[in-house]
Write a protein that binds this ligand. Structure first.
Ligand code: TXA
Ligand code: MG
Length: 324
């Protein structure tokens, strides 16, 4: 059921989580599907509902960076220093992978000796996490490998009544999943590009960091990095790979910016994400447009591309995976 995020409903949702059930809540990036990260059975429910492979670990959400040391071993000097340097990104869309200390179920970490931790900035998420008084494992609230949800309705469309409470926070502001940064390696490594960019992280840490590998390891370092991911059912074609003679009369087009040179009439449907091509606007509207066009019975969806720097890195990362 989709519920207004009143304090009464937030308390109800926290009670559900404490009782070992799964609820969906908004974050600034995408909607999450949360359960008590310390409770093995509760976390298993997330995997079951999402149809997610069990080796794929979940991000643990906390209300405050001061809680990190309860679950992660941050005793060494270098990790402490790096966390300090990154602290201005919290609360916010940066998840960090750290050495696991304890207090998190094996199901949530996928049996790894590391744990990904995130302190979201969305006020509803923070209020919920405060009230839960437990670490909350929360992947994006979509069926495994489908497009992440940016509205409460998206969550309902995927799970219906399988998820008892969906707290409605309206449209997600950022619209792309958090950046995942491993602090276990030296230098640190971005496992999943996101809203917080490599450039911003390098500046804070004062060093060059490793970027995601192009080739996919057998067991991915970060399973969100699986090649086919974030994908609608309709084939995605990047605009740069569209053959000039392709018939697009039953195709959709997701435009990042207004382009007076292009004849939009030839497409069956067009979603213009940002008249001026602002990447923040593109990111925030992209998943909604993909889901909308995916429900239209199109032959394929043509999507614009952008330069792969700053936020463009994360946008193109998701699009390439959707287009595989
Ligand atoms: O923005 C977000 O991060 C959203 C919202 C709900 O907070 N959550 C999210 O979770 O995107 P999920 O489960 O869809 O993605 C988690 C990513 C995956 O790529 C996973 O492989 C990686 O984090 N991850 C989790 N634990 C890890 C670990 N110990 N080592 C490496 N990667 C890890
Ligand atoms: Mg996901």
């Amino acid at each position: 059921m989709i519920l207004k995020p009143t304090s009464r409903n937030i308390s109800k949702a926290a009670q559900e989580i404490r009782s070992g059930n799964v609820v969906s809540f908004p974050t600034e990036t995408v909607y999450g599907l949360g359960a008590d990260a310390a409770n093995e059975e509760a976390v298993k429910k997330i995997f079951h509902i999402k149809k997610r492979p069990s080796y794929n670990p979940l991000i643990v959400h906390l209300p405050d960076p001061s809680h990190i040391g309860r679950y992660a071993d941050i005793s060494d000097k270098m990790t402490k220093r790096r966390l300090m340097e990154l602290s201005s990104f919290w609360p916010g869309p940066l998840s960090v992978v750290l050495k696991l200390k304890g207090g998190i179920s094996k199901a949530a970490t996928g049996g790894l000796n590391t744990v990904a931790i995130r302190i979201p900035s969305h006020p509803i998420a923070l209020a919920l996490l405060e009230e839960c008084r437990c670490p909350v494992a929360a992947p994006s609230a979509n069926i495994f490998s489908y497009v992440s949800p940016t509205t409460a309705e998206h969550v309902y469309e995927s799970f219906g009544s399988q998820v008892g409470i969906i707290l409605d926070g309206g449209d997600a502001e950022i619209g792309l999943e958090s950046t995942v940064l491993s602090l276990v390696t030296d230098p640190p490594k971005i496992l999943r590009p996101g809203y917080i960019t490599a450039e911003q992280i390098c500046e804070k840490l004062g060093l060059e960091i490793q970027l995601p590998s192009e080739t996919e390891p057998k067991r991915p370092e970060s399973p969100g990095m699986l090649k086919k991911h974030y994908a609608p059912h309709t084939p995605i074609v990047l605009k740069t790979s569209l053959p000039p003679a392709a018939s697009v009369s039953n195709a959709g087009y997701i435009a990042f910016r207004a382009d007076p040179k292009l004849d939009l009439q030839q497409f069956r449907t067009v979603s213009l994400l940002s008249p001026t091509g602002e990447l923040e606007e593109v990111a925030s509207k992209l998943y909604k447009a993909l889901r909308e066009q995916d429900s239209m019975g199109l032959d394929f969806i043509v999507v614009d591309t952008c330069e792969e720097s700053d936020l463009g890195t994360a946008i193109m990362d998701r699009l390439r995976r959707a287009a595989k």
